[in-house]
Design a binder for this molecule. Structure first.
Ligand code: FAE
Length: 516
């Protein structure tokens, strides 16, 4: 495709394989999201052969409709991880439930349920980058000390945030186009209301290629952001990790990936290194083989929930007895809470909405909330403004092993979301007063205002400087590292993936310098 634009035909072919039983690898990475992809690329560039184990699919083959990914209006078996009924984050529309039956498949979005909270996560080569909104936010420097107090902020802002933004292919929307295009009318209404109430309104960079989006709007290329694609993948335009870090990693010739393989155990090997137990899955979720591999070094990059669950279980069952008591602690939801507002008829938000959010309302200092103006790409005029707020919640939960079920529980409490709701209300109560508008009550159930049952941003569980040293080396077991969102203690004040990527860049630099 010309113009340097992205389409699935330009998707980088990651070197996928099926790891052999009994294989020996110098470095094994569990998971292929942000942390895992950074580690894979930098280790490979340093001359280390890397094998990545990813429980989800490789997402490189079109389905019967000719597309790799389904859109948000017509979810199908590609959309959810091993469910027979969809569990859409917005469960209702005009009060009516919109979930539907699908066949059980290793689909792209996992709605993982713990008591009190549903945690949404991406499944597949590329992890969360497959399903997320692409909002690429570097937190305000003044707030960084509260996020990761033990990390040198100068180094992060001078070296690692710029490196992460470059590696991720972050770009900014053309403001003149934003001001005129139909597909951001909803965001302009959000801007007008925020500014009339005196809030700081910010433009947020993204990894979606805005030049491609302009071409979509002009009718020159197949639509993706303008065809309601986001939560279940983008067929075009989005620079997810397969097009960025993983494409570069594949180009080194040193990185192979085993999709549909799930790590279940890591334990010290008698001959040095670690014995890793891996289940191979079919697309129905069944286990077709169990393999044992030996790895010199193991990087936990299974995401905050995946890494925490593994470490907590491995400590409790004695597979990794040296792990300390910080493992499983410090987990947070980044204060996520959703809501909608009902606008007046003169504030139509448009029937064509880009699924890629690109603006936000910043009331962090005064009210503890940063709200992204999110799309509702239903294809019809809804007169609704929709928001995902990130709030300064103090609540942190802990994972623990449940010997009865053999699973790992999380002690999150539903009532903890009230703090986040109060912080979000610091923005939306004021806007509603000013505009003479009300909250929508039909998006999360029958007469329910707040989407307070979920998070898109799980963080923590193996916190930097607690479960690990200041660079992600797990205490008690040399050669084991954590390199994903579980290092971050529950909150980043903004959307998290740029910080996860930058921190991974910082840590792998140190590890390559000193441990290899
Ligand atoms: P992650 O990307 O989750 O990767 C972990 C990988 O490990 C996954 O591919 C798993 O399938 C795999 N895995 C787990 N357990 C195992 C196992 N036992 N064996 C093998 N593989 C395993 O981790 N963030 C932003 O900054 N901006 C946004 O706009 C944004 N929007 C979002 C929208 C949605 C709907 C969701 C769900 C998330 C969004 N996020 C956003 C959050 C972001 O995607 C998330 O913080 C990162 O993906 C986390 O990166 P990690 O590397 O920690």
């Amino acid at each position: 495709m010309g113009l340097g634009l992205l389409s699935h035909t330009g998707r980088a072919a990651a070197a996928t394989t099926s790891i052999g039983d009994g294989a020996r690898v110098p470095a094994l990475i569990i998971g292929s999201g942000y942390g895992g992809s950074v580690a894979a690329l930098r280790l490979a560039q340093a001359g280390v052969d890397v094998h990545m184990i990813e429980m989800g699919k490789s997402w490189d083959t079109p389905g019967s409709d000719g597309k790799i990914f389904a859109n948000t209006r017509t979810p199908d078996d590609r959309s959810f991880w091993l469910r027979t009924r969809t569990k859409q984050p917005l469960s209702n529309f005009l009060g009516f439930p919109i979930d539907k039956n699908v066949s059980r498949h290793t689909g792209i979005l996992d709605a993982e349920e713990f008591s009190g909270i549903t945690v949404y996560q991406g499944r597949g080569v590329g992890g969360g980058s497959l399903v997320n909104g692409g909002m690429a936010v570097t937190p305000n420097r003044e707030r960084f000390g509260a996020i990761l107090p033990s990390v040198d902020a100068d180094e992060m802002y001078d070296v690692y945030y710029p490196r992460a933004n470059a590696g991720l292919g972050v770009n900014e929307i053309d403001r003149a186009w934003f001001d005129t295009t139909d597909c951001y009318q909803y965001a302009r209404v959000g801007r007008k209301h925020a500014e009339r109430s005196g809030f700081d309104f910010v433009y947020v960079p993204n990894v979606y290629d805005f030049n491609y989006m302009k071409q979509e709007a002009a009718g020159n290329v197949p639509r993706s952001a303008l065809a309601a694609e986001i939560l279940y993948g983008n067929n075009h335009g989005k620079k997810s990790l397969q097009q960025t870090y993983l494409a570069q990693a594949a180009a080194t010739g040193r990185v192979t990936i085993s999709p549909l393989h799930r790590v279940t155990s890591v334990t010290p090997a008698p001959s040095g290194g670690y014995t890793v137990t891996i289940e191979q899955l079919n697309t129905g979720g069944g286990v077709t083989a169990t393999k044992t591999v030996t790895a010199g070094k193991v990087f936990f990059a299974a995401g905050s929930v995946g890494t925490s669950k593994l470490l907590v279980k491995l400590k409790a069952t004695g597979a990794l007895p040296g792990l300390n008591n910080e493992v499983g602690k410090g987990w947070g939801d980044n204060g996520n809470v959703m809501c909608g507002r009902a606008n007046h008829m003169w504030d139509a938000t448009g029937s064509l909405q880009s699924s890629i959010p690109t603006v936000g309302i910043d009331n962090w200092e005064e009210g503890g909330a940063f709200a992204e103006v999110a799309p509702l790409p239903t294809g019809i005029e809804t007169y609704a403004s929709f928001y995902l707020s990130i709030t300064n919640t103090p609540h942190r939960a802990q994972f623990s092993y449940n010997a009865g079920t053999g699973g790992v529980d999380l002690n999150w409490q539903t009532s903890w979301k009230q703090t986040s709701i109060d912080m979000a209300k610091s923005i939306f109560d004021k806007i509603n007063r000013k505009e003479g508008t009300i909250y929508r009550t039909d998006l999360f159930g029958f007469y329910k205002i707040w989407g307070d049952h979920l998070t898109y941003h799980p963080l923590g569980g193996a916190v930097l400087g607690k479960a690990t040293d200041n660079h992600g080396r797990l205490h008690g077991h040399p050669g084991l590292y954590v390199i994903d969102g579980s290092l971050i203690p529950g909150n980043t004040s903004v959307n998290p993936f740029v910080t996860i990527t930058a921190l991974a860049e910082r840590n792998i630099d140190k590890i390559i310098d000193t441990d290899l």
